[in-house]
Design a protein around this ligand. Structure first.
Ligand code: AKB
Length: 320
């Protein structure tokens, strides 16, 4: 495949998933072929390993021009507002999450883009879905604007695939944990914040109750899953809404205990806030058998591996 045939655009590249996905895609496809974009002005940091452009996905004209001008063949459309932030301002969250996706899908149709990736979330589930081992085809019952936009987005993706043949692929991510980039505005963010607090101050005030179990995943697994899904032949795939994906399930108490094995004096105080209601509406674990059967998905990181690796990286940064 020529360089141009591989040219990729990543929207929302400055977010938690984007920052690491851009690096992994550049490693695989070459720095010239992966264009990072977000709404922020360019900085040296964003440009240091490749091309960065300021791009608002709500500006369809500029999106369309960018795709033609740069010869884009694949898009990873990550720009979105997450669950907790979306509840503070539901209408702008709907606008970005929904219109942004529709713009990307429609430009992909016009420009005959080869493949599109779009992240969905466990937030599509809710009180009427299964609480444990929530299945692929469980009822979708989102309680947040973020979840509503992800549910609607899944059907937009399937519509563009069925109606126009746009090869769009999607994963319902659980909470993502990473040492390289911070999440912003999610309900599962505590599972990242807790590590920074453990290393920096030895104590953490958690906004969820200690026994709130949620599905989570370490970023290297999430990146690998994303790239595996985008590389598999379309013939293997039967789900054109979004694939359930699972790795590790734990409560704040279990995570704190695992961190305590490395930092015995670590203390956590539990003071639940509005995010508790969101967490309570989500499943505590996910059944991902379709991803396993259709594209061979297997997570590598268990709770203990993830905690050791996170602490090792964060300690290096703090004591560098
Ligand atoms: C959030 O908490 O909003 C996200 C998600 C589960 O999609 N991390």
């Amino acid at each position: 495949m020529s360089d141009v045939a591989n040219r990729i655009l990543v929207t929302g590249a400055c977010g938690q998933l984007g920052a690491e996905l851009v690096a992994a895609l550049r490693e695989k496809h070459g720095w010239k072929n992966v264009i990072a974009s977000d709404i922020y002005p360019s900085t040296d940091l964003m440009q240091k390993d490749g091309i960065y452009i300021k791009l608002d996905v709500l500006n369809k004209k500029k999106l369309s021009y960018t795709m033609s001008h740069l010869g884009i063949k694949q898009v990873y459309h990550l720009a979105a507002v997450l669950s907790a932030k979306g509840e503070q301002n539901p209408l702008p969250a709907w606008e970005l999450n929904m219109q942004g996706l529709v713009n990307v899908l429609d430009v992909a149709r016009e420009k005959k883009i080869k493949r599109v990736f779009w992240p969905s979330s466990i937030a599509v589930f809710g009180p009427q879905s299964f609480r444990a081992a929530c299945t692929q085809n469980a009822v979708l019952d989102p309680m947040t604007m973020y979840g509503i936009s992800k549910m609607a987005g899944e059907y937009w993706c399937r519509y563009y695939y069925e109606r126009f043949g746009v090869d769009v692929r999607s994963i319902r991510y659980p909470g993502l944990i990473s040492h390289a980039a911070n999440p912003g505005g999610g309900t599962t963010d505590y599972a990242v914040d807790i590590f920074h607090a453990a290393v920096e101050s030895g104590q953490y005030e958690c906004y969820l109750k200690e026994n709130t179990g949620l599905p989570m995943m370490y970023m290297p697994d999430a990146i690998r899953a994303t790239m595996e899904l985008m590389e598999i032949s379309a013939d293997n795939l039967t789900i054109r809404t979004s694939y359930n994906l699972a790795a590790i399930n734990f409560t704040p108490k279990e995570l704190a205990a695992e961190i305590g094995k490395h930092i015995p004096s670590f203390k956590v105080l539990y003071t639940p806030d509005g995010r508790q209601d969101i967490a309570d509406s989500w499943p505590s674990s996910i059944d991902d058998r379709f991803a396993r059967h259709e594209w061979g998905w297997r997570p590598k990181f268990k709770l203990g591996d993830m905690v050791s690796d996170m602490l090792c990286h964060l300690r290096k940064e703090v004591y560098a």
